[in-house]
Design a protein around this ligand. Sequence first.
Ligand SMILES: O=P(O)(O)OC[C@H]1O[C@H](OP(=O)(O)OP(=O)(O)O)[C@H](O)[C@@H]1O
Ligand SMILES: NC(=O)CC[C@H](N)C(=O)O
Ligand code: SF4
Ligand SMILES: [Mg+2]
Length: 443
Amino acid sequence: MREKCGIFATKAENASRKAYYALMALQHRGQESAGISVWKHKIRTLSGRGLVSEVFRGSELARLRSNMAIAHVRYSTSGSLNETQPLQTFCCGKEIAVAHNGTLTNFIPLKGEYEKRGVKFRHSVDSELLGISFLWHLKETGDEFEAMKAVFNEVKGAYSVAFLFNGKILVARDPLGFRPLSYGIGDGHYFASEDSALRLFVDEIRDIKPGEVFLISEDVESKVLVNESHYHCVFEYIYFARPDSVLDGVSVYKARVKMGQELARESPASADVVIPVPDSGRAAALGFSQVSGIPYAEGLIKNRYIGRTFIMPGQFYRELKVKLKLSPVRDIIDGKRVVIVDDSIVRGTTMKRIVAMLRNAGAREVHVRIASPPIKHPCYMGIDIPTRHELIAAFGGIEKVRKVIGADSLSYLTVEGLKKAVGKRDLCLACLTGNYPEWAFRF
Ligand SMILES: O=P(O)(O)OC[C@H]1O[C@H](OP(=O)(O)OP(=O)(O)O)[C@H](O)[C@@H]1O
Ligand SMILES: NC(=O)CC[C@H](N)C(=O)O
Ligand code: SF4
Ligand SMILES: [Mg+2]
């Protein structure tokens, strides 16, 4: 599983510089490439492979001075690794820059239909289709909101998206609201995948509703154009989002603590110490410790210079990276019965390595507790969950996973426990249950 992208848009003074700082706050959502597009009588884009700090230099940013910018940090779920966003494309005589978080489920057939109509695609990424569909319908209707309504009817899947075109910005969240998106107002207008990135600039922040569209030109106008049932991605709460973000009214941190609390109620363990897998397992481990009464200790130390492990292409490098990333504190582990808590197991690379590490550091028993249900199905809505055969929990039961990772015991949070912890009904749980929201596949 890899993270999804982060997007940002603003109409404010020093837009490109603000975009740069916002991208830093969204770095956890994408580490492959980063980019900023501004409006300077036409679209100008600066983007490249690597982390935000590697892509932009001060002098180049200074040349992008503008009061309108859209920006992106990318993890590819579609198309080549060499693609960066915002991507620029053309249709119907107009140019547009697109910053997209999500994956489109009907990209291939719909792209084919546009090609039959004579539209030329310039990129390999699904995100281009959003820009093409929008410009096509803008030409037909002459109105941005009408055009976006047509996009909602036509393009299926997950998309929180920002367009820059003709001196305007349009920001939209798909009708089911898979990916998060927030709006902040203060000395300007700001949009970002997570509210924690907006807090750099403003305090007045709200979630953008699924199916809601903002058009920013001289004025700012917003409309909710469609009304479908909402399906917020539960993995944002489990793993992807920053713990200090509040997504669709729910604090990510609090949800994670509750996941750990539920887990301790459902699957207690007799042990001497609760150890989190840093970073994303920390809040759940705290919750587990609170309910079980077993003391919490940081028994694994994370190398702060190593990023999220899924980004590594290939199993050899992923394993090497886990070794580089985490190391045990022997004094906390030696002679103890350990409960080790993580947010999720995907391929099992991390947990297998950690169990061995704990045993080498003298753990007497290792009890693994996972603060989410087993991931059994792929995601088609913006997260690069690997194919089923790579998912360690997809085939065979929990006992099989326990043996592979070498733990004394293993338990996962139940779907019911997860729903209780997040406290929302309108969640996408497809990778856990196999029930995919029908709208995303209605084409
Ligand atoms: O079963 P696996 O395929 O090994 O993947 C699961 C691990 O990957 C994630 O952490 P990651 O290292 O990406 O980032 P984090 O430091 O934010 O927890 C997740 O939190 C698990 O720890
Ligand atoms: N992670 C994402 O949201 C990816 C966006 C888009 N599908 C891409 O591959 O670039
Ligand atoms: S399938 Fe899983 S990862 Fe994908 S959107 Fe749904 S909950 Fe999120
Ligand atoms: Mg982790």
